[in-house]
Write a protein that binds this ligand. Structure first.
Ligand SMILES: NC(=O)C1=CN([C@@H]2O[C@H](COP(=O)(O)OP(=O)(O)OC[C@H]3O[C@@H](n4cnc5c(N)ncnc54)[C@H](OP(=O)(O)O)[C@@H]3O)[C@@H](O)[C@H]2O)[C@@H](O)CC1
Ligand SMILES: [K+]
Length: 501
C-alpha cells in the first residue's frame, strides 16, 4: 500500500522527528535521496548527450524557490556538482536557503538570479535535467510569477524534469491545480506520499513518484489517502475452495436494462459472470432478458413488471445500468434498497437517487459508482467543481449519502466515512468508453455477493477493471489501441490471473 498524508500531518511528524535530530538532518536526508534519484536518471541517458554517460558533464538546472523546498534542491545540486555535473541554480524567491546556497557554491555550482531572463532561458533550454525546487508543501494556490513563467519554460525544454517533494503548483493535500504548475517526469517525495501526488489533476503532473525515507514513519498518524499495490489487492480476492458451491461463491442479482436500453444489461451481467459470481440472477423486461439469455446462457433470467417478487435468493444486488429513470425504475430500485443486502447502484439508478435520496437510509452496505456528472446531480453541484476537487467531493459524498462512493475518472477514488480514501492505480485513458462502467458494476457486485466488504469490493473491482483495460488496450506493452467495453470483459480472466499469479 502507498500511504499519503496531508500537509498538517506531515508537518507535525516532521517537528516530532526533528526534535530528536541535529539541525539540518532531515534536509540532508531529503537532498541525498533527491540527488541519488537524479544521478540514476542521468546514468540512464539524457537528451543532449550519448545515453548512459552518467552524471559527469551533465547539465543540471535547479529552479529554486524561497523556502525549504529550494533548500533541498540546492543541497541536491551541490551533491551532483561534486560528482561532476555542471549545475546552475536559478534563484526565483525573494530569498534563498543560505546553507544550501553556500554548499552549492562551494561545490562549484553557478548561480543565476531569475531577473537575468536570457541566460535563464538558455540554461533551461539546454539542460539535461531540471530540478523543480520552487514550492513544496508550503505552496498555496496557483503559482505566482516568476515561478509560473519558469514552470512554462521548463515544460518547453527537452530536459527531464524532476520535482522535489511535489510539482510546484500542485496542492499537496488535495491534488488541486489552480493555474500554472510544473509537469514532472519524476517526483521525488520525502517521508510519505502526499494525497496530491496520487489524486488528479495533481497526479498527472507528478509523473513517476519515488518515495525517499527520511525516518518519518514512526511519527505519522493514520493516512488520509492510500493507493493499493497489486499484492494488497491480491490478498482480498475471493478464491473458491473445494468446499465452494455456487451459493457460497455468491449469487448476485442484476436489475438492469429496459426496452430502450439493452446493452448496459448485457455488459453488467457479463461483469458479474466474469467477476466470479457463483450465479447471476437477471431481472428485467422482455427484450433485455432475451438478449442476456443469448449472450450469457449461464445466468438465470426473469421477466419482471414493477415487482421483484419471485426472483429467488441473492446475496447482493447491482441496480441501475440502462434501467431508465421513470416511476417503474424508481419502484424497482426502492424494492432493492429496502432489502438488507449489499446493493451497488450505478447509472440510471443514481439519477433516480438524486431525487430520492431517502432511499439511501438503510443499514446494509450501499456502493454508489458515479462519474463526475452523476455525483454532481447527487450533491447538487456541477461536474467541473467535482473534477477540480475530486478528493473533497468523494469524501463529502460518502458522508452525506452514507454510502461507499466510487468516483470514476482518470484516477478512480473510493471513499467511505472515517476511512482513508483509496486511489485506484490501474486504468488507461482508453477505458473512457461507453459501457465500461456497466462491466465495473457487475464485477463489483459479484465481489459483494462473494462476501467482500463494500470498500474492498469497490477497490478490488476498480483495480481488476483498470488492469483488464490495460491488458486489452496494450497487451504487449508496446503501444495502446482503442478498446470496447466487451474487450474489458474479455480481458477480466487475464486480469484475475495476473493478480493471483
Ligand atoms: N519541514 C521539514 O522538516 C522538511 C522539509 N523539507 C522540504 O521543505 C519543504 C517545505 O518547505 P517550506 O515550508 O519552507 O515551504 P515551501 O514549499 O518551500 O514554500 C514556501 C514558500 O513558498 C511561497 N509560496 C507559497 N505559495 C506560493 C505560490 N502559489 N506562488 C509563489 N510562491 C508561493 C511562500 O511565500 P509567501 O506566500 O509566504 O510569501 C513561501 O515562501 C518540503 O516540501 C520539503 O521539500 C525536506 O527538507 C524534509 C524536511
Ligand atoms: K517542487
Amino acid at each position: 500500500m502507498r500511504y499519503a498524508h496531508e500537509v498538517d500531518k506531515v508537518r507535525t511528524a516532521e517537528r516530532a522527528l526533528m526534535a530528536r535530530l541535529p539541525d539540518g538532518t532531515l534536509m540532508s536526508r531529503a537532498a541525498a535521496g533527491l540527488a541519488s534519484v537524479c544521478a540514476r536518471i542521468l546514468r540512464g541517458g539524457r537528451p543532449h548527450a550519448e545515453p548512459g554517460l552518467g552524471v559527469y558533464g551533465a547539465r543540471v538546472v535547479l529552479l529554486v524557490g524561497g523556502g525549504d523546498n529550494g533548500g533541498d534542491a540546492l543541497y541536491a545540486g551541490a551533491g551532483l556538482a561534486r560528482r561532476g555535473a555542471g549545475v546552475t541554480a536559478v534563484l526565483a524567491g525573494t530569498k534563498s536557503h543560505e546553507g544550501g546556497l553556500a554548499d552549492l557554491r562551494a561545490a562549484g555550482g553557478r548561480v543565476l538570479p531569475v531577473a537575468e531572463e536570457e541566460r535563464v532561458a538558455t540554461a533551461i533550454d539546454r539542460a539535461d535535467l531540471i530540478i523543480d525546487g520552487m514550492l513544496g508543501i508550503g505552496g498555496r494556490g496557483g503559482l505566482r510569477e516568476p515561478y509560473a513563467g519558469l514552470a512554462r519554460r521548463a515544460a518547453d525544454s527537452p530536459a527531464i524534469v524532476v520535482a522535489c517533494d511535489l510539482p510546484s503548483g500542485v496542492d499537496a493535500s488535495s491534488g488541486q491545480v489552480a493555474g500554472a504548475a510544473v509537469r514532472a517526469d519524476v517526483t521525488v517525495t520525502f517521508g510519505t506520499y502526499k494525497p496530491g501526488l496520487l489524486v488528479d489533476p495533481g497526479a498527472e503532473h507528478a509523473g513517476v513518484v519515488e518515495l525517499v525515507d527520511i525516518g518519518l514513519g514512526p511519527y505519522l498518524p493514520d493516512p488520509d489517502v492510500c493507493a493499493p499495490l497489486a499484492e494488497d489487492v491480491a490478498v482480498r480476492l475471493p478464491r473458491p475452495t473445494s468446499e465452494s458451491n455456487k451459493y457460497r461463491r455468491g449469487v448476485v442479482g442484476v436489475l438492469a436494462g429496459s426496452e430502450t436500453f439493452t446493452g448496459a444489461a448485457v455488459l453488467a451481467v457479463g461483469g458479474a459472470v466474469r467477476g466470479g459470481a457463483g450465479m447471476v440472477r437477471f431481472a428485467s423486461s422482455e427484450h433485455p432478458v432475451e438478449l442476456v439469455r443469448q449472450r450469457w446462457p449461464e445466468s438465470v433470467t426473469t421477466v419482471i413488471g414493477d415487482s421483484l417478487d419471485g426472483i429467488g435468493r441473492v446475496q447482493a444486488w447491482v441496480a441501475g445500468p440502462g434501467l431508465g429513470t421513470d416511476e417503474r425504475a424508481e419502484a424497482l430500485l426502492a424494492q432493492v434498497l429496502a432489502t438488507d443486502l449489499p446493493v451497488l447502484v450505478d447509472a440510471d439508478g443514481l439519477t433516480v437517487l438524486a431525487r430520492r435520496r431517502d432511499l439511501l437510509w438503510r443499514d446494509a452496505p450501499t456502493v454508489l459508482t458515479p462519474h463526475a456528472g452523476e455525483l454532481a446531480r447527487l450533491l447538487g453541484t456541477d461536474a467541473g467543481e467535482i473534477e477540480a476537487r475530486r478528493l473533497e467531493h468523494v469524501r463529502r459524498a460518502a458522508e452525506e449519502l452514507t454510502a461507499t462512493v466510487l468516483l470514476k475518472g482518470s484516477t478512480t477514488l473510493i471513499a467511505e466515512a472515517d476511512r482513508p480514501v483509496r486511489v485506484n492505480p490501474t486504468g488507461t485513458p482508453w477505458l473512457a468508453t461507453a459501457g465500461s462502467g456497466d462491466v465495473l458494476s457487475g464485477l463489483t457486485g459479484a465481489l459483494l455477493a462473494g462476501g467482500v466488504p463494500a470498500i474492498d469490493a469497490a477497490a478490488t473491482g476498480a483495480y481488476l477493471h483498470g488492469l483488464a483495460a490495460r491488458l486489452s488496450a496494450d497487451p504487449y506493452g508496446d503501444g495502446a489501441a482503442p478498446i470496447s467495453a466487451y474487450d474489458v470483459l474479455d480481458a477480466l480472466p487475464e486480469a484475475f490471473r495476473t493478480l493471483a499469479g
